[in-house]
Design a protein around this ligand. Sequence first.
Ligand SMILES: [Fe+2]
Length: 262
Amino acid sequence: MHTLLDLERYPLDQLQSPSLLALVERCRQRLARHGMFDLPGLLQPEAIRLSLAHVGPLLAGASFSHSRTHNVYFEQSVPGLPADHPALGTVQTTNHTVCADQIQDSVLSEVYAWPALAGFLARVMDKPALYPMADPLASVNVMEYRDGEPALGWHFDRSEFTITLLLRAAGSGGAFQYRAAIRSPQDPGYDTVAQVLAGRDPEVRTLAITAGTLILFRGQSTLHRVTPVSGQSRIVATLSYCETPGVRFSPAEQRGFYGREA
Ligand SMILES: [Fe+2]
């Protein structure tokens, strides 16, 4: 794994080392304060090169392209929210996805399955354990956002947290923007959602991300988007872990996300 990840800087497998304990603590604090943390340069340059060489032809010729207009909830309506409330304003998303079954035996599948990575993320998140998904399509995805397309519109994720690994930054644009801690079980934060959609929320942050950076963010309570790309496309992997082993999507969910069943 040393050839794939920078384990000098991030000693994820040195469970009792002071530098790992310090890293876990730093990530926990950033997660508590900002709803996210990043590990710049986690994926080594050669591993990035290999991954891009592998997924490039798949993205070009065998990816699932999906364009849609949606609101931040991906729902037609929200109980208790009038249909004309500005929090239900629509945005657009276009992405091109390569699924896990297309990148078996790859750098990405190896990194994803490495128990020390899931163990580290679980520790930071204060979970007893995290497990790779058993879903043959969803466990590791690679997404591309291309020149002139709307990229990824503002939204919340279904899952509590989301983990991404940037393989290639956009020529320009393609920025990851987020607004943490918008909603909780007690407060849906509709007015803040409306302010973000209107471009008027002062708490929106833009994260400068370089290739090889892993990000974990609380996507269920953090509104986030990727701004439109110009020039070179943006290519990012998403790594999905669950708190229980064996989690799979239903065939209907697979069709909805990927246009096919496994
Ligand atoms: Fe998301």
